[in-house]
Design a binder for this molecule. Sequence first.
Ligand code: GLC
Ligand code: CA
Length: 562
Amino acid sequence: MARKWWKEAVVYEIYCKSFCDSNGDGIGDLRGVMSKLHVLADLGVNCIWFTPIYASPQIDNGYDVSDYRSIDPAYGTIDDFKELLDMAHGMGIRVIMDMVLNHSSDEHEWFKESRKSKDNPYRNYYIWQPPKPDGSEPNNWGSYFREGNGSAWEFDETTGEYYLHQYSIKMPDLNWEYEPLRKEIYDMLNWWIDLGVDGFRLDVFTRLKKPAGFPDTNKTPDPVLDRNGFIADGSMCTNVEGIHEIIHELYNEVFGPRDCMTVGEGAGVTHENALGYVSRGREELDMVYHFQLSHRRKYSISADHFRTVQKNWSEVIERGGWSVQYLSNHDSARQVSCYGCDSEEHRASSAKLLATLIHTTPGTPFIYQGEEIGMVNVKYDTIEDYNCCYTLGDYNSMIASGVSPKEAIDTLAPRSRDNARTPYQWNSEENAGFTTGKPWIKVNPKYTEINLEKDLATNDSIFAFYRELTKMRRENPAIIDGKLEFLCEESPDVIAYLRECEEQTLLIIANYSKNTVKFNSPEKVALGKWQRILTNKNNTLPSLEKTRSLLPFEVEIYELKK
Ligand code: GLC
Ligand code: CA
């Protein structure tokens, strides 16, 4: 059977607001994206994922949708979008849309209706509960964005009931128990497919189903972050029994018949439960975006952790599932700052090493905009310069519990989502070439040093290296189909593995450390005849002899000569 296109794909995530501004209002837009599509084609990207570009009050930068069948006027029009689709398709680039199905904006027409009266036809599109006899919230759940008093329930005067919002007060949860809502969503998804989109990324899909009766969580509150006894406990609404029926119905009504690509953002999906969502026979999703390798609360990866996660997920793939490979996205900090080293000396080498690991392990690689030029974290001095709701909510909680503003920023900055949301650094002109106006969020001051124009001027840049990796994916079947086998598993620094399929064997060796280390070729390797096909260090000679040294963050790919 022919391979599905998405197994061969390299997906590029576009955070439109920060990508390229065509009209000087400081906000990236669709015309801006169109003007740069050729760069993505040159990079070897063949699918783009747009984070939400629908009409939205922008409380959570578009994850608060007020009209699912529109384009936010700040980004352009539906006609611009159609033009973009044609242009992308003409370059061999598919387009997938982010679908936020757990919640909408409170400014969505459905919610405006829903809150009007208890018998409004849209009442059950959302989750309403009466207060407890003493008038308090229906349970002790806290919201992730930690607004208001911290509760995940907001009281609405008009009808005297509370509505559920796992995220912002302005992002009420949709009620998937209610068939008319489900039908409305299926129609809308099919409408996007009719328009020509190639698939969907499903935002927080594991949280669509809520537990019957909305029981309290018995988790202990986090002394700094949880507030007034309300606890933001993700497990309460994640992978709740009945979630599979919802996803399967989505498959039957939309994904299956239309043969579109689906990737679910899988908070709470591990190698142990993944096959429930992604194995073929389940008829649910094509792949999940899991948080086992990279997690924004714990930014660290050891060689051991890398091996364990990759082994576990390669089993998921062998058993008929599929997965995503990535290290960063719009919700995380910059990967080279978190998992590599962003010093002048090591930035390029470590960025290339991380890219190699992601692009040569089993699954579909996702690139987050700016990663391909090694963009790094930013640090602002005052909270006013931050935008991310998590950062702002956590900041307020910390200040309320007596932490100083400086300490709060020092703690929150390294993991703020704003690290990933600073404007794309196109060149060393004002505002990094992102806009001729005032950018909606400050540009990272490192842009004079780190920008695309600079990378395009040399052939050993990070960008050029990514281009090599995407080309290798097109040319080397083992990268997609090869079985994964780790070597030197006891090593704390060296990550080495084979990818082996019928046609080909590849070997990847990486020194995941700042030191020069020894590498002892296992017999299996030393006996073979290998050709080096990629390296991130100039002027080194290929060598797989018994013992050699590897430079800091050195990475190489070899092919076995038969
Ligand atoms: C997902 C998105 C994130 C958003 C949240 C709520 O995690 O990636 O950006 O804030 O869902 O929609
Ligand atoms: Ca604009």
